[in-house]
Structure formats: structure tokens, C-alpha cells
Design a protein around this ligand. Structure first.
Ligand code: HEM
Ligand code: HEM
Length: 184
């Protein structure tokens, strides 16, 4: 019997420390961005939250591009061989869907803001360039998509977290630990 569970312990971590760090930095930033976005589009919150949202958004885009390049050159260890094919397919589809949204959502927000036209200040240091010419109709269209993708991202994150917790509490396997420890 070759135990796929055992190899995880002898060959080193499923995800490298860099991959884990990039995952958890993204989690903190995205879990701040979603409520900030939904609140600032509904209530009069002032410039500070707008500016923070417009700074952290492009930062997430940048981190995700680095992370994807790193991911393609440092693939994680495969999921355990005893996991069902369908379960693996759902996990992979969710992960690649999350990557796609982490790229699409900031680009859509940036286009919407550029077309508005409003500035995109980066942590008060300088303004990022406009990536779309002034165009009110385009801005409105893109903000509608920014909202829809925000909902979709929130739902996918809920499914992703539910999956991780399901592995931990119900399957009682070590999938969650793949992203939290060196012995996952
Ligand atoms: C991963 C990155 C991002 C996430 C998760 C995110 C999420 C959201 C969400 C959920 C909303 C609320 C939408 C609504 O209720 O209509 C929102 C609003 C907004 N976002 Fe983002 N966003 C991101 C990146 C960006 C970027 C890069 C910019 C601009 C450079 C931006 C600019 C805005 C603006 C200006 C609003 C307010 C729109 C309004 O007042 O109706 N966002 N964002
Ligand atoms: C904003 C929230 C989150 C986002 C955007 C996110 C995104 C991702 C992405 C894109 C991957 C795929 C990594 C890869 O294979 O390259 C991943 C993996 C993973 N995430 Fe998250 N994640 C989030 C929150 C969480 C939370 C809160 C947990 C724990 C409860 C978690 C646990 C995991 C685990 C265990 C994996 C590895 C799954 C495997 O072994 O294949 N994630 N996450």
C-alpha cells in the first residue's frame, strides 16, 4: 500500500512558504475590500475609504499576477490520490475561478473609475494612470459589472471556505493544513 497521506509528511510542504504567504496576504486584503466596497457604494463614507479601496485594489492585482507567475513555476503537490475525481475537479475549478476574479475585479474597478473619470491615488503617494478615456456610459456599465463580480467573488469565497472547513471538521483530512503548515 503506498499511502498518499504519508508522502505529504516526508516530501516537504504541499504549498511553499511563499505560496502560503501570498495566499494569506490576499485573504486579508480581499476580506477588507469586499465590505469596504459594498459599504462605500451605499453610504456616504468620505474619501479615506474610497482612496484605500482604490489603492488596495491595484495592489491585489499586482500580487495576484506575481502569485500566478509563481504558481506556474512552483506547482503545489497534487491533491491526495484517494480524493474523488469530482471533488478534485470542483476544488480546481474554484481555485482557478478565484484567480480569474482576483484579476478581473480590480481591472473592471480601475476601468470604471478611469472612465468616470476619477483619480486612482496609490496610498497617497502618486496617482496611477487612467486605463480608459473619460466615458460616463462605459463607467456605469463597468460599475454594474464591478458589483456583479463582487457578488460572485463573495459567493465563491464562501464556497471555498466552506470546502476548507468541511475537509477539516467532517472529512478530518489534512487539506486545510496544506495552506497553513509546513507538514500539510
Ligand atoms: C480585488 C479587488 C477589488 C474588489 C474585491 C472590489 C470590490 C468592490 C465591491 C464589492 C464594491 C461594491 C459594488 C457595489 O455595491 O456597487 C466595490 C465598489 C467600488 N470599487 Fe471596488 N473592488 C476591487 C478593486 C477596485 C479597484 C482597483 C478600483 C479602482 C481603481 C475600485 C473602485 C471601486 C469604486 C470607486 C467603488 C464604488 C462604486 C460606487 O460608488 O458605486 N475597486 N468594489
Ligand atoms: C479572500 C479569501 C480567499 C481567497 C481569494 C482564496 C484563494 C485561494 C486560491 C486561489 C487557492 C488556490 C491556490 C493554488 O493552488 O494556487 C486557494 C487554496 C487554498 N485555500 Fe484559499 N482563499 C481564501 C480564503 C481561504 C480561507 C479563509 C481558508 C481557510 C479556511 C482557505 C484555505 C485554502 C486551502 C486549504 C487551500 C489549498 C487547497 C488545496 O490543497 O488544493 N482559503 N485559496
Amino acid at each position: 500500500m503506498s499511502s498518499s497521506g504519508m508522502t505529504a509528511f516526508v516530501d516537504g510542504p504541499a504549498y511553499t512558504p511563499v505560496a502560503r504567504m501570498l495566499h494569506w496576504i490576499t485573504v486579508v486584503l480581499v476580506l477588507g475590500m469586499l465590505p469596504a466596497g459594498f459599504i462605500m457604494s451605499r453610504y456616504d463614507v468620505g474619501d479615506a475609504i474610497y482612496n484605500a479601496h482604490k489603492s488596495v485594489g491595484p495592489l491585489i492585482l499586482f500580487i495576484t499576477l506575481i502569485r500566478l507567475a509563481y504558481r506556474l513555476t512552483h506547482p503545489p503537490k497534487p491533491l491526495p490520490a484517494d480524493m474523488m475525481v469530482l471533488e478534485k475537479a470542483v476544488a480546481h475549478a474554484t481555485h482557478w475561478g478565484l484567480y480569474a476574479l482576483l484579476i478581473a475585479q480590480p481591472i473592471v474597478g480601475w476601468i470604471a473609475t478611469s472612465a468616470y473619470p476619477a483619480p486612482v491615488p496609490f496610498f497617497g503617494l502618486f496617482n496611477l494612470p487612467a486605463i480608459w478615456p473619460a466615458d460616463k456610459a462605459m463607467s456605469e456599465f463597468m460599475y454594474v459589472w464591478h458589483f456583479r463580480l463582487g457578488i460572485l467573488l463573495s459567493l465563491m469565497i464562501c464556497a471555498h471556505i466552506a470546502g476548507a472547513l468541511f475537509h477539516y471538521f467532517v472529512h478530518k483530512d489534512r487539506i486545510l493544513q496544506r495552506m497553513t503548515s509546513a507538514t500539510g
